[in-house]
Design a protein around this ligand. Sequence first.
Ligand SMILES: Nc1ncnc2c1ncn2[C@@H]1O[C@H](COP(=O)(O)OP(=O)(O)OP(=O)(O)O)[C@@H](O)[C@H]1O
Length: 334
Amino acid sequence: MDRWSIMTGNAQAPCLTAPDGPDGAPSPVAIPTTAAPVAAVATALAADAIALPDQVGAVIPDTAIPGAAIPGTAAGESGGQAGAAPAALSLEHASIAYGRVPVLHGVHGVLHPGRTLALIGPNGAGKSTLIKAVLGLVPVVDGLITVLGRPPGAARREVAYVPQADTLDPDFPISVGQVVLMGRYRGIGWIRRPGRADRAAAQAALEAVGLAHRARDRFGTLSGGQRQRVLLARAIAAQPRLLLLDEPFNGVDVVSQDALLAALSTLTAAGTAVVVSTHDLALAQLISDEVCLLSGRQITFGPPAEALTAEPLRAAYGGAALEIDGRGVVVTRV
Ligand SMILES: Nc1ncnc2c1ncn2[C@@H]1O[C@H](COP(=O)(O)OP(=O)(O)OP(=O)(O)O)[C@@H](O)[C@H]1O
């Protein structure tokens, strides 16, 4: 049976196990196989040239919202202190709505620079919605979201976003190197040609994801997982302070996933905060410092050892979260 599990034999130090593993050995990562084939994109890469919000893997365009810090924000809540770097992301009892009715309620927690936050929850839980709210694309109708000390949207120059891969067009005629170089355009503008530093940053980003040797190849000739790595490289080249990844591991094999994880680790070590939405609970436990468990509302926000336990998982997944002899929790595929 295809499923994820988080075994919590020791509540203080949960370990990850794949109960269905071929040899019974612990397997740290279970990759969902629900990814749709990478589908048509032409627009996404083309749109990037005019800096539309849904662009791929690049720093989100600045909408010229003044970047003033929000007055009255509690320093402790948003992680801001006089003279200290602000939190990468501060969520204060935020509710988010597309129209009049909020689809996500009561999101509350702080992500600091260099830390990784996993957004977890079943289909329709609100993971993508939260990412869009952080980008300033969907309104916060109650509470507050602060990004790098500023309102969502005002910090776009320093925020990179990698959307779900299946929104991309693999047929767009552009090389791998050019895709990555697009990550630099926020800094250099669309008129000026990229300089040596931009090319070096793009090259380093491609190396970080292990695809420097494919720089001259057409983007569309890469596999889905390799394309995902290129898009991450593009985001890395932008040198963001906050990176938002919407289900980046869908359809990615173990080798590509390892390359992605290594690149992410380098980023966080350099101080970039990462938000990653995923259905892979084991992976979330492996890579995240904080977990935000959602199901139309926030179930819990905290370290994985606390957030990915039986009670909150049952609240999010209902009967799909099965406890096994008090030893751990299995969430069947959602
Ligand atoms: N553009 C939109 N307009 C109105 N409602 C929307 C829109 N996009 C999403 N929703 C609704 O918001 C809720 C949360 O959707 P969202 O895409 O954030 O979930 P998700 O956790 O990312 O799901 P999945 O795991 O399936 O990607 C759902 O009920 C969905 O129908």
